[in-house]
Design a protein around this ligand. Structure first.
Ligand code: C2E
Ligand code: CA
Ligand code: CA
Ligand code: CA
Length: 278
């Protein structure tokens, strides 16, 4: 009879082998996509919660696997950060987002585009130049670019990060704090960094109708944003009831599946941008 111990050993080592294989497969496909400039960016609309009007868009990166399926960012962003590939990835996403926003502007539809920035991108001393170069390349007004950063990105190197963000803010780029409420010492960051926007994390929106505490947190964040003259964007709105509750609490903007999932660029354009008389 086989020993249980040996079976278990086989099982775990196969599992581990799969993880390793998968990691290499993703890294290989990511490198190929970067070489070919073939990363895709999907766009999710942000809406004014009162009028329903389009208020902006968030660019979200996608990697298309060899078999045509789409690999979501949570499956390759951490790997990109570990391998340093986050730098070319970040530049390519920024480039695509600026190109898209510039195209929309030329069609008469100014749509502010939000680009997610990983912590490590700030450690690159050329980051400010990277952003200004992309704006210039596409003749995009800085006011149509928003950079979405997380608290962990801000924690990297306080003074250096503040300097970079201040310079970006001075030229008109807006900075939003992503996943607000989930990190560490959020409140001190609000004074220290030149932020223009807070994004209420999806987890609070998800729970706010069933959990009084989540609702209180959303309410507090809304008051905080208002008194500090920050714009507020709620993430992950999936239902009409969530939308109504957020609007009743005074939140002006939001995004989520209730309005639309992130869309391939052509679909975003046909739905939201007037490309008809191009
Ligand atoms: P995030 O910045 O918090 O982006 C919001 C995520 O929530 C996106 O997932 C979006 O598709 C998803 N989402 C939007 N509305 C809803 C909703 O109503 N319900 C639910 N359940 N989910 C919703 P996605 O596209 O898979 O991105 C995951 C994370 O990957 C992002 O979280 C962001 O941290 C990171 N990411 C995406 N694109 C980039 C990028 O270009 N650069 C970097 N550094 N990170 C990126
Ligand atoms: Ca984001
Ligand atoms: Ca977020
Ligand atoms: Ca998130």
């Amino acid at each position: 009879a086989k020993s249980l111990g040996r079976d278990r050993f086989c099982y775990f080592s196969e599992e581990l082998q799969n993880v390793v294989d998968n990691r290499f497969a993703i890294e290989r496909q990511l490198k190929r996509a970067l070489d070919d400039h073939a990363l895709e960016v999907f766009y999710q609309p942000k809406h004014n919660l009162i009028t329903g009007a389009l208020a902006g868009a968030e660019g979200l990166v996608r990697l298309r696997a060899e078999d045509g399926t789409i690999i979501p960012p949570d499956n390759f962003i951490p790997l990109a950060e570990e391998t340093g590939l986050i730098h070319p990835l970040g530049e390519q996403v920024l480039d695509q987002c600026c190109a898209a926003a510039s195209r929309w502007l030329k069609q008469g539809s100014p749509v502010k585009v939000g680009v997610n920035i990983a912590a490590l991108q700030f450690s690159n001393s050329g980051f400010f130049d990277t952003v200004t170069r992309a704006l210039k390349k596409y003749d995009l007004p800085a006011e149509l670019l928003e950079l979405e950063v997380t608290e962990s990105a801000l924690m990297h190197d306080f003074d250096e990060t503040r300097n970079i963000l201040q310079k970006l803010s001075d030229i008109g780029v807006s900075i939003s704090l992503d996943d607000f409420g989930t990190g560490y010492s959020s409140l001190s960051y609000l004074r220290f960094f030149p932020l223009g926007v807070l994004k209420v994390d999806r987890s609070f929106v998800k729970d706010m109708l069933s959990d009084g505490q989540a609702r209180s947190i959303v309410d507090a964040i809304i008051h905080l944003a208002r008194s500090m003259h920050l714009e507020l964007v709620a993430e992950g709105i999936e239902t009409k009831a969530q939308l109504d509750a957020l609007r009743d609490l005074g939140c002006q903007e939001g995004q989520g599946y209730y309005y639309s999932k992130p869309l391939p660029v052509a679909e975003f354009e046909s739905r939201y941008v007037n490309m008809a008389d191009a």
